[in-house]
Design a protein around this ligand. Structure first.
Ligand code: GLC
Length: 742
């Protein structure tokens, strides 16, 4: 029940019934009192965040002089304390520094990348991972992380999809809230916490053509319907900070966008946290062609409500001048400084500025490592299994592939503090589990991009002498993440060729994919007898994979992204519009007769070479058992615009092993004043059933959950007919109908 309660609370926060922390009157008076004492230089100093350079003279002088408010990427607790001492005891006003780091999916104990955590559909597990990350990172003085990233990501080419929770707005909202709760708990002033930083505000995931940093064109309704809700949920969850995005939205870079950062974030949502730029994003408004020079960038950043300048040095170099010229009122600076000071007060830094060296470097606890294993296990998606899994009476395993023993790359992107010697690979875990003699290791390729096929023969030979072949394929960590978009999202190097040659041995072939993104792997999965899709899993990836292959644990992951047949389908997402000619009667490219007439292939919306739809749909994932979904039952077949109905379905474990299943609730508004998506996720619940056990899963659907934006100012519930599904993925189930009445 705890897990369910956790999920319901997250969902509640995601949609508004849990309020963000109220302003604390006593804290505000302390802030005002401090502000009164500050010189303009000291105020501007608080707005400056720069990279740590150890206990250097330059850094010490900047800190003592009050010229820096936050330091990022300093993770030596001794240095943190020494610099903090300079700030607290040797600067004029003793304002503490806040130390920040990208703790994106773990600090030392690395968890799956956020896309892999999304595949667990388990907010409580995501919250736990964030909690552990905060305990580890804060033990060296990091009290602010640049996470969660809640950019809805519909394009697999975009390298940063790895850091997201995938293509769905609702799932991103719930899991973003879970991460915030994990980092911050209910009392951010406690030493073991970290301020969250919800990013990148906003629409970064809509970068055109999936090319990182690219422009976005976002109509207001799309902004409101798809990209903003996870950020609004984060405000309600009390995210202490936000971060700008690099991209422009309709020609206005986020770092200079008052509509985004003031009208929406502050005025509409009432946000009182702190907004930090992205790395150099204020300066980057110059190459954007939005600012003439750094002074202009400082002006536009400040007027747009960006409180802290990360690494542009625009504020420290130009804000004073701008104030003196009357172009920026000092009252604007004061508001920015208030937001920074409020963060530091909320973190308790004035009372507890130092790292407790007695508990410093609290890493790799048993709790952390077992939580990491569990998160990988629950985020692994079983795409196919003809019965070869879990292993039965296996005496010899041929373990092959470039990712089978790669400590560095299994961790994925954004692992600044990875200590790869702590990583457990599939080779180590399977050898430990089955014994050295039972596992024959032949990578075949040295790394994922390796085109040298010479090693494949040895892998094929190992396969011929084994009972089962496990090919661990995928992407090196560097092939996803920031600035790492790919126009071809197939398996790099000679991996496909290797899989074909392994297939030719006729031995049972298990394909394990370790990747940072959705990939076009349908062909390879089709060659295999089983396919397990894991997103880079971090420190304990190998242990989890061995547990899954052996049946010690049972796969329960569900795709948080659609896996495409071809990259040309991107952007690809389940909650698309129907169009006036939805795909039907498709004649595919190899079936078109010669000199076929123009209209002979049917005039509907599909690709001649890829047909329509994904290779594997959003929400999809198999188990070692099977689940049967009964008919959906509704408490009523209609509700008013302020009403609600209950939808229930009995789910039965019809197989032979106990397992988890994520039961998903989807709706479709069949007719709207704006066309509506063919499906929308509105709820989910992960349940655990013994063999033969049945459970009634019930969802409450409020009419308000069906509201949609028709403009910047209007969000409405329209009467009409709806379809509703309760199923195990976005592509299955039989809908029932209900109506919303006036
Ligand atoms: C990077 C990323 C951002 C990160 C920041 C600090 O460029 O865009 O996500 O938090 O800089 O490293």
């Amino acid at each position: 029940m705890k897990r369910l309660a956790g999920m319901l609370l997250c969902a509640a926060v995601a949609f508004g019934s849990v309020a963000a922390p109220a302003k604390d009157a006593e804290m505000e008076s302390k802030i005002d009192a401090l502000l009164q004492k500050m010189t303009l230089d000291e105020k501007i100093g608080q707005l400056n965040q720069q990279t740590g350079t150890g206990y250097s003279d330059a850094m010490v002088n900047a800190v003592k002089g009050g010229a820096v408010g936050s330091i990022l990427n300093e993770v030596d607790p001794e240095i943190v304390n020494k610099l903090q001492k300079e700030a607290v005891e040797n600067s004029r006003l003793g304002i503490p520094l806040v130390f920040a780091r990208d703790v994106i999916h773990g600090f030392k104990t690395i968890f799956p990348i956020p896309l892999g955590q999304a595949a667990t559909w388990n907010p409580a597990l995501v919250e736990q991972g964030a909690r552990i990350a905060a305990e580890e990172a804060s033990s060296v003085g990091i009290r602010w992380t640049f996470s969660p990233m809640v950019d809805v990501s519909r394009d697999a080419r975009w390298g940063r999809i790895a850091e997201s929770f995938g293509e769905d707005t609702y799932l991103s909202s719930v899991l973003g809230v879970a991460m915030i709760k994990g980092y911050q708990t209910d009392d951010l002033s406690q030493p073991g916490t970290m301020a969250a930083c919800t990013k990148h505000f906003a629409c970064y995931g809509a970068a055109e053509a999936g090319k990182d940093y690219n422009t976005t064109w976002i109509p207001e309704v799309l902004l409101r319907e798809v990209y903003l809700p996870p950020f609004e949920a984060a405000v309600k969850a009390g995210s202490a900070t936000f971060m700008c995005s690099f991209n422009d939205i309709n020609g206005v870079p986020s770092s200079g966008n008052p509509y985004l950062n003031r009208t929406i974030l502050r005025d509409e949502w009432g946000y009182d946290g702190m907004l930090v730029s992205d790395w150099g994003s204020i300066q980057q408004m110059i190459p954007h062609g939005f600012c003439t020079d750094l002074k202009d960038a400082a002006l536009k950043g400040a007027l747009a409500g960006v409180d802290m300048d990360m690494e542009s040095y625009a504020y420290v170099n130009h804000l004073k001048e701008l104030v003196e010229e009357g172009k920026v009122k000092e009252s604007v600076i004061d508001e920015m400084v208030r937001n920074v000071l409020r963060l530091k007060f909320r973190l308790g830094l004035f009372e507890n500025p130092y790292v407790d060296m007695a508990t410093a470097r609290n890493f790799y606890t048993g709790k952390a490592l077992s939580a990491a294993v569990k998160t990988v296990e629950e985020g692994a998606v079983l795409l196919k299994n003809n019965g070869v899994l879990p292993f039965k009476q296996i005496k010899k395993i041929a373990l092959v592939g470039p990712m089978a023993d790669d400590k560095h790359n299994q961790a994925g992107t954004w692992c600044f503090d990875l200590e790869k010697e702590h990583c457990v690979t599939p080779l180590q875990a399977l050898t430990e589990m089955y014994g050295k003699d039972a596992v024959v290791y032949a990578p075949g390729l040295e790394y994922s991009r390796d085109k040298n096929e010479q090693g494949i023969a040895e892998a094929v030979e190992a396969a011929k002498n084994a009972d089962v072949v496990v090919m661990v394929a995928g992407e090196e960590a560097v092939l996803s993440g920031e600035a790492h978009s790919r126009a071809d999202i197939s398996l790099p190097g000679a991996q496909t060729k290797m899989i074909e040659e392994l297939k030719a041995t006729g031995k049972p072939l298990v394909l394990v994919i370790m990747t940072g993104r959705p990939m076009t792997i349908a062909y390879e999965a089709n060659l295999a007898d089983a396919a397990l899709y894991t997103f880079h899993g971090g420190t304990m990836a190998g242990s989890a994979i061995a547990n899954l292959l052996s049946g010690k644990s049972v796969p329960s992951g569900k795709l948080p992204v659609s896996l495409p047949k071809m990259v040309g389908q991107e952007p690809l997402y389940y909650n698309h519009k129907n169009t006036g000619r939805p795909a039907s009667g498709m004649v595919l490219i190899d079936d078109i007769p010669l000199e076929a007439s123009q209209t002979s292939t049917g005039c509907t919306s599909y690709y001649l070479d890829a047909g329509d739809g994904p290779a594997f749909p959003f929400g999809y994932g198999l188990s070692y058992t099977t689940f049967e979904y009964g008919d959906v039952r509704l408490s009523d077949d209609s509700m008013g615009k302020d009403g609600k109905i209950e939808a229930a379905c009995t789910v039965k474990n019809t197989g032979s092993v106990a397992a988890s299943e994520t039961v998903q609730l989807y709706v479709r508004d069949l007719v709207g004043s704006l066309v509506r998506p063919v499906k929308e996720l509105k709820g989910f619940e992960k349940i655990y059933l013994q063999p033969g056990e049945s459970r009634e899963v019930k969802f409450t659907l409020n009419a308000s959950d069906l509201a949609f934006w028709t403009s910047a100012k209007e969000k409405i519930v329209e009467p009409g007919e709806f379809d509703l599904w309760i199923s195990g993925d976005s592509a299955s189930g039989t809908p029932v109908k209900f109506n919303v009445t006036e």
